[in-house]
Design a protein around this ligand. Structure first.
Ligand code: ATP
Ligand code: FE2
Length: 339
């Protein structure tokens, strides 16, 4: 029973791709817990059903650990939020099933959260940004967005694969391994530090959108030629891919005249990308904000916090409307808490 808005604890479940995460937030945005268990495929990319099996196996331990970290009992929870999309079907469905079961068992409301919006909202919570141009770059998404007329509008996005996916596929082709705590993009970033020869590769920006598949094909072809040092190829791939997203972010900034840039998503961990964006921010006299690493990659805390924002605006998701939405775009969701 919710007595006062200040006593609300929201538990958020994240399961869009390879991570199963549980976070707990208070109404004022204090993150009491943020626990995650990631699935690492033995070889190749993520297999959605295998990742979903992983999530089902770790769910109860991750939930227990989050409650212990927060120092509360499940009966103290007032709200369950979950990632309703976009993402991989089997993974989303596993998280949604856990969320529905918990909400029904505890007899508390359920809120379906758009995962892309959660990346923006946790960024705002954890930095000083209030109304930024956001560059959200991860393994599955590449979106340049900003709030306008009630929604987060998309100013630019990828026409094919996501930036993180481009870096990951190239890294795998180059024989780099995904280890716990060291994502492929981070391994590539390390090699790129020793590169200095910019090898020509396709730079594809169409209007306000970007395309990485031609760049990836070209980078892999150059790798197979064995003519260039791997460090130089990593360096060139980063320089070109990052310049593409920075160009669109800068144009969106100039157009919207926002006063803040926010960088979020797993690729936000990259120091070179952070540096490039910080230069743009400086040039335009706006602030540069990057989400702390723990909250940049997929996490349950961002779902809990965004669920609370929605709930405080009167949004709940009845069980019969809690079906997952694999391609749920950020610009399809009303954002009443920004008005
Ligand atoms: P989403 O569901 O939002 O698409 P995701 O499942 O891809 O997210 P994230 O943790 O947000 O998960 O992002 C993972 C991506 O971030 C991977 O492509 C990974 O290689 C990339 N990444 C992580 N660290 C770095 C880094 N230092 N430099 C570049 N890329 C990085
Ligand atoms: Fe994500």
């Amino acid at each position: 029973m919710i007595n006062s808005i200040n006593e609300i604890y929201c538990l958020g479940i994240e399961s869009t791709a390879d991570d199963f995460g549980v976070g707990i937030s208070t109404c004022s945005g204090e993150i009491l817990a943020n626990i995650s268990d990631g699935y690492i495929p033995e070889k190749g990319g993520i297999h959605p059903r295998e990742a979903a099996r992983h999530h089902a196996m770790v769910a109860s331990d991750v939930l227990d650990e989050a409650l212990i970290q927060a120092g509360i009992k499940s009966s103290d929870l007032s709200l369950i939020a979950f990632s309703q999309g976009p993402g991989l079907g089997p993974c989303l469905r596993t998280g949604a099933t856990v969320a529905r079961a918990l909400a029904a068992y505890l007899n508390i409301p359920l809120v379906g959260v758009n995962h892309s919006i959660a990346h923006v909202e946790i960024g705002k919570l954890k930095t000083n940004a209030t109304d930024p141009i956001t560059l959200y770059v991860s393994g599955g998404n590449t979106i340049i967005s900003a709030f306008n007329s009630g929604r987060y509008r998309i100013f630019g996005e990828t026409l094919d694969i996501a930036l993180g996916n481009c870096l990951d596929v190239f890294s795998r082709e180059a024989g780099l391994k995904h280890k716990k705590g060291i994502p492929l993009g981070a391994a590539l970033e390390k090699l790129a530090l020793d590169g200095n020869n910019l090898v020509l590769m396709p730079y594809i920006v169409k209007g306000m959108d970007v395309s990485f598949s031609g760049l990836l094909t070209s980078a892999v072809a150059l790798l197979r030629q064995k003519k260039y040092r791997l460090q130089d190829l990593c360096y060139s791939l980063q320089e070109i891919a990052f310049a593409m997203v920075c160009e669109v972010t800068e144009r969106a900034l100039a157009h919207t005249e926002k006063k803040e840039i926010l960088l979020t998503g797993g690729v936000a961990a990259n120091k070179r990308l952070q540096f490039m964006l910080s230069l743009i921010a400086k040039d335009h006299g706006v602030s540069f904000n990057k989400v702390p690493l723990e909250f940049a990659t997929d996490n349950g805390a961002m779902i809990a916090w965004t669920g609370l924002l929605a709930f405080r605006s009167g949004i709940v998701t009845p069980i019969e409307e809690s079906i997952v939405k694999l391609r749920w775009r950020i610009d399809r969701v009303d954002i009443p808490w920004m008005n």
